[in-house]
Every structure is written in C-alpha cells, then in structure tokens.
Design a protein around this ligand. Structure first.
Ligand code: NAP
Length: 491
C-alpha cells in the first residue's frame, strides 16, 4: 500500500463516528465498554466503537418512544425533504462511505461505491413515497354511515441489520420508517457498525429530529434486544439476517403480538436452459455468484445447467472467475475481497470438502488462500450431487456449484426442494418457458435473464423460510403503516 493510501484509510477511520447515537446525541456506552472493528482483509483491528449494554438499549428505545408522537405529526413533505437531504449528503460523501465500508467489511471498493448508490436510492424512493400515503372514503353498504380509512405510522420500530450490506440494509428500513413517520432504534451487525454510525451523522445533518433515529451498537445482541422486543413499547421489528435468528426473534415478538418484517436467508437456484444465450448466462452467473464475494442472501447457491451445455457453461464460468483478482478491496483491480471472518472462511472450505467427498469435481479453486486475511479463491465445482450440504445450506462464499439437469420438470422440482424461497434466476430465450418457470418456482423474486434483482423501486422479499413482508417498491412503506378505520354515523 502506498503512503498516501494508508494515510487516507487512517484519516477516514479517525473521522468516523464511533459512539452510540441516542436521542440526537453522540455518547459512550454507560458501561464504558467498547468493541473492536476488524478489517477482514488483514485481520487487524481498525478501531474500537462504543459497545451498548441493556441500559443503553432502554435509553434508545425511550428516546424513540418520546419522539414518536411529534414525528408522526411532521408533514409528509417535510419527512420527504429530510430523506432527500440525506440522499444528497450520501452522494456528496460517497468516497468516505465507500472506503469505510470496504475497511470494515472487505468488499471491493467498486462494489462499495455501488452499495452507497443503492443505499442512497432507498432514501430517494421513500422520499417520493412519503407524500403518497393515501386513505379511503366509502359509503357504508346500508348508506347509514361513512367509512374513513386512514394509514398511520405503526410506532417506534426496532431495526436489526446484517454485516453483508452494512449501509443498504439500514437505508432499506430507515427510508420507509422515516417516510411513514416512525421513530426507530437500529442495531447494526457488531462486525460492521461504522457505516451505520456514519449514516446517523448524515441523518442528523439532514435535520432528522432527535430521537427519531437511534443507533445501538452492541456485542451482546440478544441481551440488549430481547428485553426491548418483549417490552411492548416498540410496535414493529424489521429484521434482516439468518433464518435461525429470525425464527428466534419471531418467538420473542409473539409475546407482545408485535408486527414483523423478516428478510432471511436464501438458497437461490440459477437455471440455464439449453436455449439460453450462453454469453448472457455466464455474465449473469458471475454477477449472481460473485457479487459481494458470494456473501449475499440473493447469491446463486445452486447452479443448474442443461446437460447439453453444462460442460461448456462450466468451462466458460471457470474462465471468467479465474480472471477475477482476489485481494484487499481497497486495491485497484480487485474483484473479490475477503470473507467476513475466519469462521466463514472455514465454513466455506468445509462445504467444498463435503461436496468433493460426495463426488463433485473441482474445476477451479477449492483451497483457501494462504496468508493474512480471510480470503477464499473463486471456485467452480461440477457434478455436485444432491447429498452435498451446499445444496441445502447457504454457502456465503465465492463457490459456484454446477449440476446438470435433463428436463424442465426435473429442474423445477430441484429448485423448489428447499425450505428457502427468496430468489431464483432463469436463463432462456423462450418467453413462454421463462413465464412458465417463473410461475412455478417458489420464491418471492425471479430474475429472468438477469443476475441481480435488487432495486429500491421493486418489492424485495422471500416466501417460505426466507421471510415475511417486502422491502422497497410501492409496498415497502406498508410495513411501517397501520390501517385505521373510522366509522361516521349518518342521520
Ligand atoms: P445473523 O447472524 O442472523 O445476524 C443478523 C443481525 O442479527 C446482526 O445484527 C446480529 O448481531 C443480530 N443478531 C444475532 N443474534 C441476535 C439475537 N439473539 N437477538 C437480536 N439480534 C441478533 O446474520 P448475519 O450472519 O449477520 O447475516 C447473514 C444472513 O443474513 C444470511 O443468512 C443472509 O442470507 C441473510 N440476509 C438476508 C437478506 C434478505 O434481504 N433476505 C439480506 C442480507 C442478508 P451481531 O452482529 O451482534 O451478531
């Protein structure tokens, strides 16, 4: 690394907020505790941040509770202006935000820039939605009453986000919450707190009132969040993370019948039919597999190629992945960053070893990179049998398992043979087949001849154990609104 590059990294870390953001104030944890943020590309600690305990959690939730009534009364246009202000500040600060994200999470800088733009877009989208919250007026069927149907903010909300998209998973929740008039307490993943703290600074500067957004970083997620969830003060939990944690949180929410949105794990299939445009299919597979080094809920976890093209497709995919440079995300030309931590690196290796033991062949990669950081090389496995664990578990790494199939019917059965249902990808030049398959696969989203479906203006979410509710699109704001019916008697 050159001296100016090292200096710039140090400067961005030094300038980044590292305290809790509660009631419009930056403050240390009451206990004085801090937690370490590690750069996964070097395994070195880059800084420490305040580490909240339960007491801080109560402070944050009470601040959100106090701010709720006044914020609900803020005119929608004003809420929209706050979001647009934050959108613009995110663009102005994109260099710092992207670098901060790469340093705490590892993704290549080009992808971090992409995420900053994607994340900001949720604020613009929901700024536009804020002024379109509408109701209804209806004459009762008997004519003796009128129905007014209003939509109101659900109330103080708890938002929990994962480490893989440290900024976008936050704006995808904060955007609709602010647009709807809800206050919130957001708990980012303990491994990637810096992006969300930097966002809090931006929201503060965009004049979001004190108490409306509170950021709680903690190494004790369960200990801090469970009492808040069970308190009955918060009226909504929006969670993005693993299915196992999501299920546990759903149980906790049941105690106060709290509304939930759950964006959970995935096991996406990527299907390439024999009539697909192979160039497009390879491009799409690279995106669907390698975005975020495979650490995405939408990552192609199982790739099915028709037997007649499986060999050529696998060879061409391996060729493309071979050319992708692995390294520190901040370095020029790097396309594959490190995995988030050693545990994830080991898990990916275990899944690869298990697939090979079950009979898969290694076309590319397959061994962890030596040296510092939690790197794993792009890997292509062929003829991965159904018994392999990676058929049913999220790989969350740059490993592409390709399996041949013979018929449309067979592959649809395989696609649906999972408890997950987030997204599936289909490559075919036949419109009829594309629609037929899209209708039959069990997932909340389907990409036809495209390897990325995420778009703030589209409803993102899964079925089965991939979740409940939708984020983004024209329904995203509904997750933060209650319907109230007001009956008016008529003489
Ligand atoms: P995770 O372990 O479930 O953690 C997600 C968040 O939950 C983190 O903030 C984590 O905090 C917190 N958490 C963990 N245990 C908790 C508890 N007992 N009470 C309250 N909060 C708790 O998931 P992850 O490993 O960070 O993220 C990867 C998973 O997220 C994958 O399964 C991926 O598919 C899924 N994901 C889904 C979507 C989607 O939109 N469907 C998007 C992105 C990711 P700590 O950091 O302190 O553990």
């Amino acid at each position: 690394m050159t001296a100016p590059a090292a200096q710039r990294e140090a400067q961005v870390i030094q300038d980044a907020p590292k305290q809790l953001f509660i009631d419009g104030q930056w403050r240390s944890a009451r206990s004085g505790r801090t937690l370490e943020v590690v750069d996964p590309s070097t395994a070195e600690v880059v800084c420490t941040v305040a580490d909240a305990s339960e007491e801080d959690g109560w402070d944050a939730l009470r601040a959100a509770q106090r701010a709720q009534r006044e914020f609900a009364a803020v005119p929608p246009r004003r809420r929209a202006e706050m979001l647009m202000g934050a959108f613009e500040l995110m663009h102005q600060r994109k260099d710092d935000l992207a670098l901060l994200m790469t340093l705490e999470m590892g993704k290549p800088l080009t992808e971090a820039y992409g995420e900053v733009a994607y994340a900001a877009e949720f604020f613009r989208h929901f700024a536009e939605e804020a002024t379109r919250i509408s109701g209804n007026y209806q004459v009762a069927p008997a004519g003796n009453a009128r129905f007014l149907v209003a939509r109101q903010p659900v109330g103080p909300s708890l938002l929990i986000t994962p480490w893989n998209f440290p900024l976008a998973m936050g704006t995808r929740k904060l955007g609709p919450a602010i647009a709807a008039g809800c206050t919130s307490v957001l708990k980012p993943a303990s491994q990637t707190p810096l992006s969300m703290l930097a966002l809090a600074q931006i929201l503060h500067e965009a004049e979001v009132p004190a108490g409306v957004v509170n950021i709680l970083v903690t190494s004790d997620s369960g200990g801090v969040m469970e009492p808040l969830i069970r308190s009955g003060i918060a009226r909504k939990l929006s969670f993005t993370g693993s299915t196992s944690v999501g299920k546990m949180l759903l149980e906790q929410c049941a105690s106060t019948v709290m509304r939930t949105s759950m964006e959970l794990g995935g096991n996406a299939a990527f299907v390439v039919f024999d009539d697909a445009d192979l160039d497009k299919a390879v491009d799409g597979a690279v995106l669907a597999k390698m975005r975020n080094s495979g650490e995405a809920c939408t990552a192609a976890n199982r790739i099915f190629a028709h037997r007649s093209i499986a060999e050529e497709f696998s060879r061409r995919l391996a060729e493309r992945l071979r050319q992708m440079r692995v390294g520190r995300g901040v370095d020029d030309g790097v396309a594959v960053g490190p995995l988030i931590d050693e545990k994830q690196q080991k898990k990916v290796q275990e899944l690869v070893d298990d697939a090979v033991r079950s009979g898969a062949s290694v076309l590319l990669g397959g061994e962890p990179a030596a040296g510092e950081g939690y790197f794993y090389p792009p890997t292509v496995l062929t003829d991965v049998p159904r018994e392999a664990r990676m058929w049913s578990e999220e790989i969350f790494g740059p490993v592409a398992p390709v399996t041949p199939f013979d018929s449309e019917e067979e592959v649809i059965d395989w696609v649906n043979a999972t408890e997950y249902g987030l997204v599936n990808y289909v490559y075919t030049e036949s419109l009829n087949r594309a629609l037929r398959v899209a209708e039959q696969v069990e997932s909340g989203m389907v990409g036809i001849n495209q390897g990325v479906v995420s778009n703030p203006a589209a409803p993102f979410g899964g079925v089965k154990e991939s979740g409940l509710g939708r984020e983004g699109g024209d329904t995203g704001i509904d997750e933060f609104l209650e319907t109230k019916y007001i009956g008016i008697a008529m003489d």
